[in-house]
Design a protein around this ligand. Structure first.
Ligand code: ADP
Ligand code: MG
Length: 709
């Protein structure tokens, strides 16, 4: 019996998998033309189509007399075509225009593409049009209305709610609508949820297929917009649920290995704190406690530490390493760049001195002879903490005696996480993992993409840190900016000037760091001007930074290499040209480079004279807002989580961004996924079989997309 059920489940899922992954162009009734349209929207497979969500819904209103039409409303009009002809607009574009009249007045309708309607356009025809009313010099007009013969008026589904897939192009929208109907007609039986039926019922979750029908064919299956909204949420829920389930299962089978337990005495920590020239902030103390508890557990810590630039994450990371060292285990700290690795190393050496800890560093610039010594010292356990870049992971010669903790700094793409096993070289125990980032990822996003990663937040700045004052200038105000720079130099300040590009580009007309370096060197020749960028060799960079720190150079022209962690404590001003090219969080990171001590920093953002209202509004947020989390939320609102996290989003997913902000929905999906992943909540045996098969077929090799960066 059970074998038979297994076979059935297997057969059903194999078929479903085949169908759902079929290229849309192979669906009956979808030709290559429509398929091309869908590809452009990021819809390739049947599954993409079913899971896409209409951009909007239209409530097809009543039929109106032309004289009753109001500006901006959607309405249908029945009338006779009085005039019909192709016309050319003043800027040379071809369009088709008809004038429709009923006994109350005239309505102008125009189309920019009209091949599908051409048969209807004969003068004298009685037709019905449906569209948005716009008045032009007292004449009502409709752009690209729907049009049918008046006897076919039922085709317009007036009085019903219909989906709109592309707002700007009704032809495209109706093509998509038709394609989706075709697909649902043909494969509807294979739409299934990963959520078992009994769990759906218990939690009053709408069946997935019902939701899909309501969303795509509302005129038949939905009674109200409200119902459609619920159905949309159900579809998004399914997607979040699947991601969460994959993450949780991954955690269950991959991450939930054994780890070493580290206990540390209060007296050691107090001693270390007493060696510092400052008091820890209460946020630092809280986060340290969170980490300390994690390290006492027999499973690996898997924690994200978030804190604004300058909030003191390095110290927290050091304490984690200290706890590990005190228990006799080694730690490794990885940074994305050599500059940052060097700074971490310096900090660690300073912190570690009073404790007698041995810190090592390996980067691309480490000499072979030094390397050899380090390898040996590591293997023998003479080194407590090793600092380096992410490239460490690939260094086959590195063998720890006993690795207990991995710290990854300023890494939000997480590709490194996946490869941690590399560095642990098949040891039975997994190291604890701490990831630090200054890019404040809103909790909703973190949950969606990382699922079960614990999060600690340092939400407090060290007290003597003065903020940064930010001001936006237009390009035509550059003379003021140059004056500000001059004044800053006279007052003894040090300045970063950041450009979006290193070299001139043929494709984009933007000033480059290289070119502006020449200009600025001439303008401020008596002050010392340097250039730094990502393509420079490590020792060159270090040299320039040293000159800047020592004041031999007072202006540092740069690309965004300084984004990740150049710590020059007394830089006082940062100027960012073409600020509109940067993400808000990125600028926030950049300006975190200045005003780190007791003096308020200055940040000048330069934007083009001609800039869209929205872009300008976006940049000006930085004049008012200093909280990295709020800024990141704004970035999320404006650009979507994809860009923040480096996930490429395709068009079909744009709308889903809205829902990624819905914390309630995410938590709900997570709860359900958790209950299924961790316990045996599926009671019905057939369901259990089906669910296990689903996991096997659809999730077992599914690595969450952010893990692959
Ligand atoms: P980030 O979080 O950006 O990595 P850092 O750890 O580099 O910040 O800290 C920035 C600066 O603040 C460093 O010079 C560090 O020594 C200092 N710092 C850290 N914690 C405190 C504190 N509690 N009080 C004062 N200064 C601190
Ligand atoms: Mg840091």
């Amino acid at each position: 019996m059970s074998d038979e059920k297994k076979l059935q489940a297997e057969e059903f899922l194999t078929k479903a998998q085949n169908i759902l992954s079929t290229d849309v162009r192979f669906i009956k009734g979808i030709g290559p033309n429509v398929a091309q349209h869908l590809y452009k929207k990021g819809i390739f497979k049947v599954e993409d189509l079913i899971f896409s969500i209409p951009k909007a819904y239209e409530n097809r209103g009543n039929i109106k007399k032309i004289s009753e039409l109001q500006e901006g409303e959607k309405a249908a009009v029945i009338g006779r075509i009085k005039f019909s002809s192709e016309v050319i607009t003043p800027n040379g574009r071809k369009m088709w225009k008809i004038i429709l009249s009923d006994d109350s007045g005239n309505l102008e309708c125009v189309w920019f593409s009209w091949t599908e309607y051409i048969d209807l356009f004969k003068e004298g025809n009685e037709v019905c049009v449906f569209g948005t009313v716009k008045f032009f010099r007292k004449t009502p007009q409709m752009y690209h209305p729907k049009i049918v013969k008046s006897q076919d008026i039922s085709k317009l589904k007036l009085g019903k709610i219909v989906p709109v897939y592309t707002i700007s192009d009704p032809v495209d929208s109706s093509m998509t609508a038709r394609a989706i109907r075709k697909v649902i007609e043909q494969v509807g039986d294979y739409i299934f949820s990963f959520v078992p039926k009994s769990i759906e019922e218990k939690n009053q979750i709408m069946p997935l297929k019902e939701a899909i029908l309501k969303v795509h064919i509302p005129e038949k299956y939905a009674q109200s917009l409200d119902e459609i909204e619920q159905a949309k949420k159900r579809i998004i829920f399914e997607e979040i649920f699947r991601t969460q389930l994959a993450l949780l299962l991954k955690r269950k089978y991959v991450i939930d290995k054994k780890a070493q337990q580290f206990f540390v005495s209060d007296s050691l920590l107090s001693f270390f704190f007493s060696t510092l020239p400052f008091k820890l902030t209460s946020a630092q103390l809280r986060v340290i406690e969170e980490i300390r508890k994690d390290l006492e557990k027999p499973n690996p810590m898997y924690r994200l530490l978030q804190g604004d630039v300058g909030s003191g994450k390095t110290l927290v990371a050091f304490v984690a390493c200290l706890i590990c060292s005190a228990a006799g285990y080694q730690s490794v700290v990885m940074a994305p760049t050599e500059i940052l690795a060097n700074q971490l190393y310096q900090n660690f050496v300073n912190f570690g001195k009073p404790l007698g800890l041995k810190i090592g560093i390996i980067t691309g610039s480490t000499r072979t002879s030094e390397r050899k010594e380090l390898y040996e010292a590591l293997q023998k356990g003479y080194i407590n903490s090793l600092v380096g870049t992410h490239a460490l992971i690939y260094d086959d010669n590195i063998n720890f005696k006993n690795l207990g903790l991995v710290v990854i700094d300023e890494q939000h793409r997480f590709g490194v996480l996946q490869r941690i096993s590399l560095i642990n070289k098949g040891k039975e125990y997994s190291p604890h993992i701490l990831v630090m980032t200054a890019t404040p990822i809103p909790r909703t996003v973190a949950l969606t993409v990382w699922g079960d990663l614990d999060i600690s937040v340092i939400d407090e700045m060290p007290p003597e840190r003065k903020g940064v004052r930010t001001k936006v200038y237009y390009e035509n105000e550059m003379h003021i900016v140059w004056n500000e720079i001059q004044r800053e130099l006279i007052e003894g300040g040090k300045i970063f000037i950041v450009y979006p590009l290193l070299k001139e580009s043929e494709k984009i007309d933007l000033p480059s760091a290289e070119k502006m370096y020449k200009v600025i060197s001439e303008k401020f020749s008596s002050w010392g001007v340097g250039l730094i960028h990502g393509k420079m060799p490590g020792d060159k960079k270090a040299e320039v930074i040293k000159d800047f720190a020592e004041g031999k150079i007072r202006i540092l022209v740069s690309t965004t290499v300084i984004e990740v962690g150049i710590d020059v404590p007394d830089a006082t001003m940062i100027v960012i040209e073409h600020a509109e090219r940067f993400g808000l969080s990125q600028i926030h990171q950049l300006r975190g480079r200045v005003g780190r001590k007791d003096k308020e920093g200055k940040c000048i953002l330069v934007i083009p004279d001609k800039i869209s209202e929205n872009s300008e509004k976006r940049i000006r947020i930085l004049e008012k807002e200093n909280n990295g989390f709020k800024i990141s939320e704004e970035d999320l609102n404006i650009r979507g989580p994809g860009e923040i996290l480096g996930i490429k989003q395709h068009g079909a997913n744009e709308l889903k961004v809205e829902y990624i902000k819905d914390l309630k929905l995410i938590s709900f999906a997570r709860e359900i996924a958790k209950s299924i992943a961790n316990q045996d909540v599926i009671e019905h045996n057939d369901e259990k079989i089906l669910f296990e098969k689903i996991v096997d077929k659809f999730l077992s090799d599914k690595i969450p997309f952010t893990m692959s960066g």
